[in-house]
Design a protein. Structure first.
Length: 391
């Protein structure tokens, strides 16, 4: 087996977390040699970051995570300045539905309490106002919600290409099409193996999205995460322009077959095609060794989204062009855990040389997670309290 030269840092995964770490680490350690390995290509649609957009929100039910989004917000603004382009479009974050139902996004009632406690302004809305203002129909009149105006939508490809360019400018090396099959840490560093190569580094970051759990399992660390193939359905509008309508999330009681949670992105401000995108947030049929992803949206979930659009979104035209895609969501099994990010120190031989990031609705934390990983890889205490992320 061919052995490549020694690196200071190897990052496994060129998703948002890997790219953000590459840039942050290279900025702080200009003399270090950094290598990013990815089994696919930049902007791959086959891992945990596909599509055009992600929801940006400041509000969280959990105060410790809420504080981190406020920090992430400052870092996004710095990144936008650095890149001289807009990455977050603050069109607002609209949550409505059964205010008492707990979901993997939190709960409306608790989140309003948290916004009060954090003095984050929001507009409380009843369902009649929401329907009248945004064109929805036939929701339970007892539903309620709020609009938080600083929320909105993150430009996924803009963010990834920005981080890639910034890291590339700092001489980070990228190797695409390289599937890491094994890692072996020891007290001096870490060996990283693919089918053809053996790499060696002082430190390694595992930021492999749906691939993290299997790599981490080799270190005898069992991350309680499950991966779901979630559907996203694009539909054209028949009425309403919706140029600056907010992102929305509908909180509903689960039904027998699924969690009954839907969210939607109105045509995003940078899109040329004007499609709305409707997502099904259904934690069903986790990917297992026998049940592999097929990277096509589950037809039953597509039908559920179309049925939802027909009933509640008369401004859409699901019978015209309508296409679907899927993406792998990696979520902690424990609903009280939102992410996992920590070093493997004390958990395996050489664990102090390995940092692991896995799981959660993490895109909105991209710049913050990159800085935290870079701190941990430099054996520094992260500059923010990340106890809620550690495992
Ligand atoms: C449908 C959907 C909607 C979402 N909505 C939101 C949202 O609105 N807001 C939000 O904040 N978050 C959201 N998320 C979550 C967010 O997209 C992810 O948390 C984030 O994009 C994951 O980034 P990552 O860098 O951790 O992993 P990924 O983007 O999955 O990147 C991991 C990389 O590692 C590579 N890789 C994997 N295994 C190996 C290996 N063995 N060897 C080499 N390379 C490997 C992959 O090819 C991939 O490029 C959503 C996720 C999904 C699926």
């Amino acid at each position: 087996m061919h052995t490549n030269q020694q690196w200071d840092l190897i990052i496994i995964g060129a998703g948002p977390v890997g790219l953000s770490t590459a840039w942050n680490y290279a900025k702080n350690n200009p003399d270090n040699k950094v290598l990013v390995l990815d089994k696919y290509t930049l902007l791959t649609q086959l891992a945990g970051t596909s599509g055009e957009e992600r929801h940006w929100r400041l509000q969280y039910s959990e105060l410790d995570i809420f504080r981190l989004t406020l920090e992430a917000d400052k870092l996004w603004q710095d990144l936008e300045k650095q890149a001289d382009r807009k990455l977050i479009h603050r069109t607002g974050s609209l949550w409505f539905g059964d205010a008492d139902v707990w979901t993997n996004e939190g709960q409306i009632t608790q989140t309003m309490k948290s916004m009060d406690e954090m003095s984050l302004p929001y507009e409380r809305l009843n369902m009649a106002t929401i329907e009248q203002r945004y064109g929805f129909t036939h929701f339970d009149p007892n539903y309620e919600g709020f609009l938080q105006k600083d929320g909105g939508v993150i430009d996924v490809k803009g963010t990834l290409s920005t981080l890639y360019s910034l890291a590339n400018d700092l001489n980070v090396t990228f190797q695409f099409g390289e599937n890491v099959t094994a890692i072996e840490p020891d007290s001096e560093g870490v060996s990283v193996f693919s089918a053809e190569q053996r790499y060696r580094a002082r430190k390694v970051l595992i930021a492999s999205g749906p691939g993290s759990k299997a790599l981490v399992a080799q270190l005898d660390i069992d991350l309680a995460l499950s991966t779901y193939e979630m559907a996203c359905i694009s539909m054209l509008r028949s009425q309403r322009t919706g140029a600056n309508d907010p992102f929305w999330f509908a909180f509903q009681q689960p039904i027998e077959t699924d969690s009954n949670l839907f969210y939607g992105f109105p045509p995003n401000p940078w899109s040329v095609n004007g499609f709305d995108r409707l997502g099904t947030d259904f934690e069903v049929d986790p990917i297992t060794d026998t049940h592999k992803p097929d990277f096509r949206a589950n037809p039953q979930h597509v039908d559920r989204a179309i049925e939802f659009a027909r009933r509640h979104m008369p401004f859409l035209n699901p019978d015209r062009e309508c296409f679907s895609s899927s993406c792998l969501a990696v979520l902690p099994d424990n609903p009280e855990r939102l992410f996992y990010l920590d070093t493997a120190k004390g958990r395996c031989h050489g664990g102090e040389n390995v940092v692991i990031s896995a799981g959660g609705w993490a895109f909105k934390f991209t710049p913050l997670l990159g800085q935290v990983c870079a701190d941990l890889l430099n054996d520094k205490t992260p500059r923010w309290d990340i106890s809620a992320l550690r495992f």
